[in-house]
Design a protein around this ligand. Structure first.
Ligand code: GSH
Length: 219
């Protein structure tokens, strides 16, 4: 059986978890906080989650895991078969990760854990986030899904990265990053209302106290 290594508070972990649930696949969740110990690095070369455990070994990096699942498993397709359409979906995922998730992530410590982030980093993140959201507004279709008529892995990146970026925008910069994107806002609500997304969210809530205690202990 597929094994999903990671923890329920991780947004990347939840992208893969929702993909597995939407495809109706059986999998086992293996609690794994990664880190830099030799044991963790033997599972995840950079000490990140998620990691997918398969018969032959480990597959890491969310985008690669999602493509691997698509290529090897049954269930509803989350990537188009047509190469051009597939490229659009993959580009959207990459754009969301590079230009929205990563600048937002640089500010997570202050936005979500009360640990100050230097002003220079916040300034850079704010500028990059605005450019990233502009790119998403130009490239995303939101008709109703990010890449068009079908739910794809671009929706997974959108729902689990853009929601956190919006939290950063609101908490640190007083900005509504989706203010000019009503269809995107509606899609975010629609995606988070999916029954499987609700299960993922419930697991996240349940795991949050232990996660926050772990963060506090590390301070
Ligand atoms: N590029 C990685 C990023 C994954 C990532 O940043 N995961 C976070 C949790 S959301 C993590 O493992 N953080 C632990 C750390 O950086 O030590 C992927 O796509 O899977």
């Amino acid at each position: 059986m597929l094994k999903l290594y990671g923890f329920s508070v991780s947004n990347y972990y939840n992208m893969v978890k929702l993909a597995l649930l939407e495809k109706g696949l059986a999998f086992e969740e293996v609690p794994f906080y990664a880190g830099q110990t030799p044991e963790a690095l033997a599972v995840s070369p950079r000490g990140k989650v998620p990691v997918l455990g398969v018969k032959q070994g480990f597959v890491n990096e969310t985008s690669v895991i999602l493509e691997y699942i698509e290529q090897t498993q049954e269930g509803p397709a989350l990537l188009p078969a047509d190469p051009f359409q597939r490229a659009q979906v993959l580009a959207l995922c990459r754009e969301i990760e590079l230009y929205i998730e990563l600048p937002a992530r640089a500010c997570f410590a202050e936005a979500f854990f009360g640990m100050p982030v230097p002003e220079a980093i916040k300034d850079k993140s704010k500028a990059e986030l605005l450019l990233g959201m502009g790119a998403l507004g130009r490239h995303g279709k939101f008709a109703p899904y990010v890449a068009g008529e079908s739910f794809t892995i671009a929706d997974l990146y959108f729902m689990y990265s853009v929601n956190l970026a919006c939290g950063v925008g609101e908490k640190l910069f007083g900005l509504d990053l989706l203010a000019d994107m009503p269809a995107a806002k509606a899609l975010l609500d629609k995606l988070h209302a999916l029954p499987n997304a609700q299960k993922v969210a419930a697991d996240r809530e349940a795991a949050m106290p232990a996660f926050m205690a772990m963060i506090a202990a590390k301070r």
